[in-house]
Design a protein around this ligand. Structure first.
Ligand SMILES: [Zn+2]
Length: 292
């Protein structure tokens, strides 16, 4: 059995990690710099965050490669190093987690809108995702997570690109942050049916706005596909500007309480945090979920 299957089959619930971007900015990453740049230029700061989540009890650690498609890396003139940026991130997570947790290759949106609404051709999106997934797979990750998707077409391009280069299990989560739908208007029901029919291992919701909105999206996904394996990685609520800092309104205790509801009422198999969540949030979540 693969390491991924072993974790999935032997543990009732898996705890994923929390925010990466939030933690990198706390560690001093300047605004406007691609977080992936630090995989090359400040690896110690990145690995400290992986270790903090592992020590907090996470069973899954995501690579710092959310913006790691060549298309998105071009914003920070890092696209020619796309392979290296993803490869070293995967190698670093694998080395840190060992057998204690799963190393998950993280893939986020390209940041561009696909044709015909936008200018990115579908084939170019598939190729960008394939480049990223190949490097993550080469670096040794246990599965690929395609996350924070708004456009179902882009999610499908990411699945296709990943499948061109690896047979690793694929997890896909979308962000329902606009009145119960994604920014591109996709409803949870439609996302659940389409993605699950593509034969991926896990589907779900991440980022979004509040815990309750992400909870509602997950409940709809569960009702649409009762047999689906679900994952939720909600934000720690909404950010508020306090001086120079962004403060999120959900405490670790509140997130842990909601984590139990996601599992008990919606049958979520994997729960973690997105923007604004910290190792303290994940520690609180792990403490309750591992005692269920
Ligand atoms: Zn987020």
């Amino acid at each position: 059995m693969s390491k991924f299957a072993t974790f999935m089959n032997t543990r009732p619930v898996l705890v994923a990690d929390g925010a990466m971007g939030t933690m990198l900015h706390k560690a001093g990453l300047p605004a406007g710099i691609a977080p992936e740049r630090w995989n090359l230029e400040n690896p110690d700061a990145v690995s400290a965050i992986y270790k903090a989540y592992l020590d907090a009890g996470a069973d899954m650690i995501l690579t710092n490669t959310f913006g790691g498609t060549p298309v998105r890396l071009e914003r920070d003139n890092l696209h020619e190093q796309a392979h290296t940026v993803n490869l070293v991130a995967a190698q670093m997570v694998c080395e840190i987690v060992g057998d204690r947790a799963l190393a998950i290759g993280d893939i986020g949106p390209t940041g561009q809108i696909l044709e015909p609404l936008g200018t990115l051709p579908y084939a170019a999106a598939v190729s960008a995702f394939a480049t990223q997934a190949a490097a993550l797979a080469e670096g040794g990750v246990d599965a690929i997570l395609i996350e924070t998707m708004s456009d179902l077409g882009e999610a499908i391009a990411a699945i296709e690109g990943t499948r061109q280069v690896t047979r690793l299990p694929i997890l896909v989560t979308m962000s329902f942050d606009t009145k119960g739908r994604t920014m591109m208007g996709v409803k949870p029901e439609k996302a659940a049916q389409t993605l699950w029919d593509m034969g991926v291992a896990v589907i779900g919701a991440n980022c979004g706005r509040t815990l309750s909105e992400t909870f509602e999206a997950i409940v709809k996904m569960r009702a649409t596909v009762p047999e689906a394996v679900l994952m939720a990685k909600p934000n720690a609520g909404l950010p508020h500007a306090t001086g120079h800092d962004l403060v999120y309104d959900v405490t670790p205790e509140m997130m842990a309480e909601y984590a139990q509801r996601f599992v008990a009422e919606a049958g979520v198999k994997i729960f973690g945090g997105c923007c604004g969540s910290t190792p303290e949030h994940i520690r609180a979540v792990a403490a309750v979920l591992k005692n269920l």
